[in-house]
Design a binder for this molecule. Structure first.
Ligand SMILES: [Zn+2]
Length: 326
């Protein structure tokens, strides 16, 4: 998989320009709130950098990289509901690459989760932030006997999920009231980096799961290859969207503190090198002589490097499977 296939550089850069405009309209930095590390709760941190006015620090205890002070929940909610950049993301960025994303991202995701559902059994499965419902649609093809819930606050996207025949809750997961103790499996893809309060969010998820129920999540790893190499220049470091960069250790700690046991933490990312390669070649980013040299190697060498990155838990795309224990 290549970055350019799922995220056209020009369109993505245009989106980032719109985000910069929206930050000026929606965010009043004087109202931001100082808080502890979102993973371990430690109050000691080290300043890292500022981006678009957002201050990033790393936790002295667990090395989670996070925005501090942070925008209030209500402001983020407003931004996600009605900012021009969000509208652009849905209509101009996502829709044109939706089918290729279905093939490259959502089908493999469904194949990944399907073995957790015994072939003929009926489970309740929910996807938090279900978007256009592509993941659930693909999973339902593989395991048609289960019931699939799309939890999706956006009116437009919830409507699309409904048209696919999914059970839809058009609300944030925090507001779902009637499904406590209902789910065998919940999934949350690329969500934890956005959360205002990950610990509260996990408590809510824990309440929705049956005893022994599973949570599968993916998020960014702040100790991953392309993020460590590009640091504040990384396009993954994109406020106001990405507030939390956990790592393989800190995400595990966060889950254990909220009533889960860890089954696996892996980094199955495929794009780390391609992202760095693109930054060196297309955007003249300097990452040092070693990586300039690597950028000249052939595809075989680069894919060996990416394989090493993933298998050494060094990718910035991280996947966690956990089980509710209390
Ligand atoms: Zn911490």
């Amino acid at each position: 998989m290549k970055e350019e296939e799922i995220r056209k550089r020009e369109v993505f850069n245009k989106y980032l320009e719109l985000v910069e405009e929206d930050v000026k309209t929606f965010f009043d930095f004087s109202r931001f709130e100082v808080g502890p590390c979102p993973a371990c709760g430690d109050k000691r941190s080290v300043e890292q950098f500022k981006k678009l006015g957002f201050n990033y620090v790393s936790c002295k205890n667990c090395n989670t990289l996070f925005v501090n002070p942070r925008p209030p929940f209500s402001v983020l909610d407003e931004f996600y509901s009605r900012s021009p950049s969000t509208n652009f993301w849905v209509n101009e960025f996502f829709k044109p690459v939706a089918q290729i994303r279905r093939e490259k991202i959502f089908k493999p995701r469904a194949q990944d989760v399907a073995p957790m559902i015994p072939a003929t059994s009926h489970l309740n499965v929910g996807d938090i932030g279900a978007g256009f419902g592509l993941f659930l649609e693909e999973l339902r093809k593989l395991r048609p006997d289960s019931t699939y819930y799309a939890i999706e606050p956006s009116v437009e996207m919830a409507g699309i999920c409904r048209s696919l025949g999914l059970e839809v809750r058009q609300q944030s997961v925090e507001d779902v009231k009637d499904l406590d103790g209902s789910f065998d499996i919940l999934t949350a893809f690329e969500l934890f980096e956005h959360l205002h309060n990950p610990s509260l969010f996990l408590k809510k998820i824990n309440g929705l799961l049956k005893p022994g129920g599973h949570l599968v999540l993916t998020t960014l790893n702040g100790e991953g290859f392309d993020i460590l190499l590009l640091w504040e220049r990384s396009k993954s470091v994109s406020p106001p969207h990405h507030l939390n960069f956990f790592n393989t250790g800190s995400i595990a700690g966060l889950m254990k503190n909220n009533g889960f046991e860890i089954i696996s933490v892996t980094t199955p990312g495929k794009l780390d090198w391609d992202i760095v390669d693109g930054m060196i070649k297309k955007e003249k980013a300097s990452t040092g002589k070693l990586w300039d040299k690597v950028a000249l190697l052939d595809e075989k060498a680069k894919s060996a490097l990416q394989k090493w990155i993933s298998e050494s838990n060094m990718s910035s795309h991280m996947r966690v499977v956990a089980r509710k224990v209390k």
